[in-house]
Design a protein around this ligand. Structure first.
Ligand SMILES: C[S@@+](CC[C@H](N)C(=O)[O-])C[C@H]1O[C@@H](n2cnc3c(N)ncnc32)[C@H](O)[C@@H]1O
Length: 270
C-alpha cells in the first residue's frame, strides 16, 4: 500500500482547497490515504506523488473530478430530514396564491432531495394548492452524480421514507433483473433541471429562488469558505425566502441577516 507523506497530503489538500474549497484538517490524512489508495492501484501508480502530479495537470480534469468524488460523500436519500419538507409545505400553504415558485437544491448529489421536492410540489398541485408554474433546479459539483441523477433510477432503500401513494404516483418499480430499483416517472423527471455548479466559485444568473436547500455540504468547507458559500447562495434567495441547511451542520456563519425558525431552517430577512 503506498504511503501518503505529510508533504503530499498538504499538496493534495491545497489543490482541493483552491479548486473546490474542500478543507482537510491534519487528522484527515488517513481518510484521504484510504479513499485514494484504490484509485492509485487502478491507475497502476505506486506513489501518491505521481497521483498529485496527475491532479495538478490541467488536462486531467476528469481525474480531478474523480478525486473530488472519492474525497467527499454523496450520501443522500429521499425526504432526508422530513421536518424540512413539512416546513416548506406549511410555508407554501400559508402564502397562497403565488404566481410561481422556484426552488434550488444546491448540493443535490444524486437528486434524491430535488425529486422529493418535486413529489411534494406535484402533490400540492394535484390538490389545487399550488399552480403548475413551479420549477426545481438541482446542482452539484460532481459530474458523476449528476449523470446518475438525470437517469432517475434509485435503489429502493433510498426511497424508504417515500409513502406508498407517492411511490405509486411517481415511481416505476423494477421487476426481474431490475428488482429492488425504482425509476422516477418521466412526468416528474422533467420537472427537475440538473446542472453542474461549484459553490466555492462566483456564479451569476441564478434565481431569485423562493427556497434554497443547501444541506450537508457545508461540512466540507473551512469557516471562511462556509461564510462565502452561504452568503453567495443567499444572494440568490428572495427576501423572505426559506433557507435550509443540514440540522447537524450547526450555526450558519454568514453576513446576510437570517431569522432562525427551527433546526436547519432560516428565513432571509427582507
Ligand atoms: C452529502 S451530499 C448532500 C446531498 C443532499 N443535499 C442531502 O442533504 O442529502 C454533499 C454533496 O455536496 C457536493 N459538493 C461538495 N463540494 C461541492 C462544491 N464545492 N460545490 C458544489 N457541490 C459540492 C458533493 O459532490 C455531494 O454530492
Amino acid at each position: 500500500m503506498p504511503q501518503l507523506s505529510d508533504a503530499t497530503f498538504q499538496r493534495i489538500s491545497a489543490l482541493m482547497y483552491e479548486s473546490v474549497g474542500l478543507s482537510f484538517a491534519d487528522h484527515k490524512k488517513a481518510l484521504m490515504s484510504s479513499r485514494l489508495a484504490l484509485r492509485l492501484q487502478r491507475l497502476g501508480l505506486s506513489r501518491f506523488e505521481d497521483y498529485a502530479e496527475l491532479l495538478e495537470d490541467p488536462d486531467e480534469g476528469a481525474e480531478f473530478q474523480m478525486a473530488v468524488d472519492l474525497l467527499t460523500t454523496n450520501e443522500t436519500y429521499f425526504f432526508r430530514e422530513p421536518r424540512h419538507f413539512e416546513w416548506l409545505q406549511q410555508e407554501l400553504l400559508s402564502q397562497r396564491p403565488r404566481p410561481g415558485l422556484s426552488i434550488w437544491s444546491a448540493a443535490s448529489s444524486f437528486g434524491d432531495e430535488a425529486f422529493s421536492l418535486a413529489m411534494l410540489l406535484s402533490d400540492l398541485q394535484a390538490q389545487g394548492l399550488v399552480n403548475n408554474n413551479w420549477s426545481i433546479l438541482a446542482t452539484d459539483i460532481s459530474h458523476r452524480v449528476l449523470t446518475a441523477a438525470r437517469e432517475g433510477i434509485y435503489p429502493e432503500s433510498r426511497l424508504r421514507y417515500v409513502s406508498p401513494e407517492r411511490l405509486r404516483r411517481y415511481c416505476l418499480c423494477g421487476e426481474g433483473p431490475a428488482e429492488g430499483q425504482a425509476m422516477i416517472k418521466p412526468e416528474l423527471r422533467t420537472r427537475v433541471k440538473f446542472g453542474q455548479l461549484n459553490l466555492t466559485q462566483p456564479f451569476s444568473g441564478l434565481g431569485p429562488f423562493d427556497a434554497i436547500f443547501l444541506r450537508n455540504v457545508l461540512i466540507y468547507f473551512d469557516p471562511p469558505t462556509k461564510t462565502a458559500v452561504v452568503d453567495r447562495v443567499l444572494g440568490a434567495l428572495k427576501p423572505g425566502g426559506l433557507f435550509f441547511v443540514g440540522t447537524a451542520e450547526g450555526r450558519v456563519p454568514c453576513k446576510t441577516p437570517l431569522q432562525a425558525l427551527s433546526p436547519g431552517v432560516f428565513r432571509k430577512m427582507a
